[in-house]
Design a protein around this ligand. Sequence first.
Ligand code: COA
Ligand code: AMP
Length: 629
Amino acid sequence: MGAYGDLHARSLADRESFWLEAAGAIDWFEPPTRAFDAGQGAYGRWFPDGVVNACHNALDRHVDAGRGGQTALIYDSPVTGSKRSYTYAGLRDEVSAFAAVLQDLGVAKGDRVVIYMPMVPEALVGMYACARLGAIHSVVFGGFAAAELAKRIDDAAPKVVLTASCGVEPTRKVAYKPLLDQAIAAASHKPDAVVLLQRPELEAELTPGRDHDWAALRAAAEGRTTACAPVAATDPLYILYTSGTTGTPKGVVRDTGGYLVALAWSMKAVYGLNPGETFFCASDIGWVVGHSYIVYAPLIIGATKVLYEGKPVGTPDAGAFWRVVSEHGVAALFTAPTALRAIRKEDPEGREAAKYDLSRLRALFLAGERADPPSIQWAETLLGVPVIDNCWQTETGWPIVANPIGLERLPVKLGSPTVPMPGYDVRVLTDDGQEAPRGTLGNIVIKLPLPPGCLPTLWNADDRFRSAYLEGFPGHYQTSDAGFVDEDGYVFFMARTDDIINVAGHRLSTGGMEEVIASHPDVAECAVVGVADPLKGQSPTGFVVLKAGVDRTPADIEREIVALVRDRIGPVAAFKTALTVQRLPKTRSGKILRGTIQKIADGEDWAMPATIEDPATLDEIGDALAARR
Ligand code: COA
Ligand code: AMP
């Protein structure tokens, strides 16, 4: 591990010089004189005296440097049958004008703007326009229901909400406006204004006095320009909500300067991309992978990126990704293992891939969930390029562990996303905080400080930040992942240690689902576990105990519970199975034995817990599962 090993060691031993040098890749209004101030914030702050603007770094500086005519963004939407490209200059002008629209609506530095939109260029324009003004965007994934949106509106307290009339899923149109109306009605905080993009697929009626038509405001702002506001490197660029162990999402705060530096470094060293090349990240702007590698990173380094509104399969077929790669000359593709599994299921022989010229593709990157070795091997054989796993969290904003192929391509060990990235001092600790021997399973933690780009805190919740991440293992950030480090320093992520499950690359809280199910009037108690699923990785399954005296048919109640979770959390939860049992297996102190339930559901070997109150309850779980199969 020559180049990588030296670099990683230097990033930890000489943090100041390493990150100040990396900061040279960014255009600063005032360059930082120090990389890190250990005295600020919960564990220190990065680039404490730097002054910067994210939109300037994504757009204006490339126009100023002569890239104005290069394509910045290619929108490719098989679900609507449309395609559109923007040059750097064109996108800068679009953003500059839309920032004027936001300014007219009263949006200023530090104000929040919630963006509840599908994968359309206007969503990105809205995000860059916020960044231009120093306002803080908070994108909410379209697959969340009104109640989830309401929680985020209440927490972020946005001045303005940007939305669209609909999202387009392969089998249906999702009307966003009624969901937004319900969310605003349910929330205590009321935004001053809503700007709605009408889509021809399904138009919405505007609410007088509150809603504005996007196109009309934009047309009126034609030709107007807005300057990029200087912001402190430590000022938030965005808030992105992610699942915690309860139904209250965590507002991950991303600061500006550290994030830009980390993205610029990773785009070249981890993803091996050069300015002018094309990057296709097939995530969604509602997730962290989308924020980092659809919205910001490719433009930060002067590359071209694809914004894809579609699915890996069914829009129209399992060749969709390969068509995009070939048509737009993509150099690197980034997706989730679940997408590969979906493609492989429909086209195991890779006949679709054979139809396209994929000669410009240099690598395929996977993240979001554990990359299963069969999918990696299948894709390697199919594409003949390296398939590179990388592991990170919403909280970190960029990979914790990866194979830095732009720097030095390390041998792949299937099952491991490879090695820690600069600034990440990854350790594995036993439950009592001792360093676990190499190769031994334990808690994956990161010795503080976290590197630039990672969250400094949670929005309006410093105490929750400390208790959720810093107090479990003092001096360390707790990832809530279990795993190990082998003799060669490769990190293996095996499972979450909390109630988070990963469904089709989407992070969901079983605790949040249990809260919803428990609100059903006939339910006495419940437990939700993530059951292994060949396509989605995990699939949530609920076991429910009905209240005494309920004499309705369990099947009816189970159907209502499935509908309730979809209605309150959203279709993205993919909650399709509720099973009625007489009792839940518990310890003598009353703790539900979720781990054992999950093992039984997965058909794994399991041991009778010594503390179980009544072993017969486990048989009931097995019977309920068998009856459903
Ligand atoms: N707006 C509204 N609804 C949405 C949505 C959005 N943006 N995204 C998904 N949904 C809905 C879907 O329509 C579906 O609804 P349904 O129950 O009515 O069918 C539900 O949420 C579940 O969606 P999804 O998880 O996409 O499942 P799927 O069965 O439609 O597709 C895959 C399966 C594997 C193709 C798909 O999950 C996928 O592409 N996953 C990759 C995810 C990814 O890239 N994650 C980022 C991590 S890096
Ligand atoms: P999210 O915040 O949605 O990105 O989810 C983060 C969690 O997803 C991590 O804590 C891991 O549990 C899991 N995860 C993400 N990428 C990987 C990967 N490459 N390998 C294993 N687990 C992963």
